[in-house]
Design a protein around this ligand. Structure first.
Ligand code: TRP
Length: 452
């Protein structure tokens, strides 16, 4: 087995893997896509997809990384399993492209969060006559300001990744993830006492399948994959830093579980504000930024809570950006033989250029729209709804057909326990039949909706 840097402790891995999964997808994207897609039924479907597709796929990604000790492209070329077949590595390349594009707009939205941290410091959330939405509406039309903020975020991310796995990723995630949990619990309790809370809970948890459209089903799938950082090779890269003795299923369940719980908590924090302050639930990408400042204005100590919330949101965005970045750096180092600092430089250069597109989507490019959706959202939809399911399918089929049975089994089975054998068999049949079939059907549905 190839030697590779490894996480020092199990806690460090959990925190880094959870730090990758819990990010803007969980805290910013989940509430807004839930709002746009009508609530309850969408949420239920999302949970179903996390459990039925996301979890088995997450185990596949971690396994692929752990066994091959490679990045997404290298893993698909792993000699002992594929010999000289090259065709699998196309999936890997698609994953790399998706990562670059997502990193670019993720960087822009992380820049928004930095802006909110600064606004928080300046006391803008607690100003007496502030309107929900002022700050974000003024920001999205200012392209150059967004470029500046995104650059700050890229510089921070690059300097952490350039220092390497143990020094950078583990330390930062360790400190900030627990603080984020605590603040969220506090805000959750507060939101449950708002007058709009009952309506919000009905909106989120009472499924009205009549409201569910075909495209909402696809979005639920895309989001379930995205929020677990699947289909980008990020979890392959993490798996490759795992020590050999670690068993995968429990790690995967924990990561998926915490991510889902946090997403639901964010919903329970944000939607009571939506219904109390009369914000449109279908607002789109600005939803979190419109709603959150509203509570800080009314809360005792609102100045500090608001500031702490956006600082933590920033760290969640940062740990995910680091993970995305690390997946790309691992690729450039292994496949293109770059040194770590050079690879980090290339990734940040390419992301910067791509980020310009998203940064100007509310100003210079604001006329490029499909229906209600602007350029940033269009990019987001293409990557998440179209590319992710394809790359994920590739990874699953690869693990199902190319990785030898006994090797897979060893990752699950603890000789002394029968439960793990059953678990293994369930996973195996999910990965061989249920998940690929579901993914193919959903993909076809999407093609039909898009082109008919
Ligand atoms: N899961 C992350 C979130 O919820 C977003 C994400 C998608 C990601 N793919 C990734 C993060 C790859 C790191 C690496 O915000």
């Amino acid at each position: 087995m190839r030697q590779r840097a490894a996480f020092q402790s199990r806690f460090g891995f959990y925190m880094a893997a959870i730090g990758s999964a819990v990010g803007l997808g969980t805290l910013w994207r989940f509430p807004y896509v839930t709002g746009v897609n009508g609530g309850g039924a969408f949420v239920l479907l999302y949970i179903f997809f996390v459990a039925a597709i996301g979890l088995p796929a997450l185990i596949c990604e971690l396994m692929l990384g752990k066994l091959t000790r490679f990045n997404i492209v290298g893993a698909f070329k792993y000699k002992p399993w594929v010999g000289t077949e090259k065709k699998w590595s196309w999936f890997g390349l698609l994953g790399i492209i998706a990562s670059f594009v997502v990193l670019s707009y993720y960087t822009v939205v992380s820049g928004w969060v930095i802006h909110f941290v600064i606004q928080g410091i300046m006391g803008r959330f607690t100003e007496p006559n502030s309107q929900p939405g002022n700050i974000i509406d003024q920001l999205t039309v200012r392209g150059y300001l967004q470029v500046l903020l995104a650059s700050v975020h890229l510089i921070i991310t690059t300097s952490i990744v350039a220092r390497g796995v143990q020094n950078g990723i583990e330390k930062t995630s360790r400190i900030f993830m627990p603080i984020l949990f605590v603040i969220m619990i506090f805000l959750l309790v507060h939101s449950l006492f708002l007058p709009g809370a009952p309506e919000a809970l009905r909106f989120l948890f009472y499924p009205d399948f009549a409201k569910l459209t075909g495209s909402a089903v696809i979005e639920a799938l895309g989001h379930a994959l995205f929020t677990l950082s699947l289909g980008f090779g990020a979890m392959i890269a993490y798996g490759s830093y795992l020590r050999a003795e670690v068993k995968l299923p429990s790690e995967a369940v924990l990561v998926a579980g915490i991510d889902t719980v946090l997403a639901l908590c964010t919903g329970v924090i944000i939607f009571p504000i939506v219904f109390t302050a009369g914000v449109d639930s279908g607002t789109g990408p600005a939803l979190l930024f419109k709603t959150m400042p509203v509570i800080f204005g009314t809360l005792p100590l609102g100045y500090w809570v608001g500031l702490a919330f956006f600082v933590c949101l920033y760290f969640a965005a940062l740990s995910s950006s680091i993970a995305l970045f690390e997946g790309l750096v691992a690729y450039l180092m292994d496949q293109r033989n770059l040194k770590r600092p050079q690879a980090a430089g290339v990734v940040s250069g390419v992301s910067f250029i791509l980020a310009l597109i998203s940064a100007f989507s509310g100003s210079s490019f604001k006329n490029i729209r499909i229906g209600e959706r602007g350029l940033l959202e269009i990019i987001d939809q293409v990557i998440i709804n179209w590319m992710l399911p394809v790359v994920t399918l590739g990874i699953i089929l690869f693990v199902a057909t190319k990785v030898p049975e006994d090797v897979k089994k060893k990752e699950f089975v603890d000789e002394t326990s029968l439960v793990t054998v059953r678990l293994y068999l369930t996973w195996l049949s999910a990965v061989k039949y249920l998940v690929p079939v579901l993914l193919v059907i959903l993909f076809l549905v999407q093609v039909i909706i898009a082109f008919l």
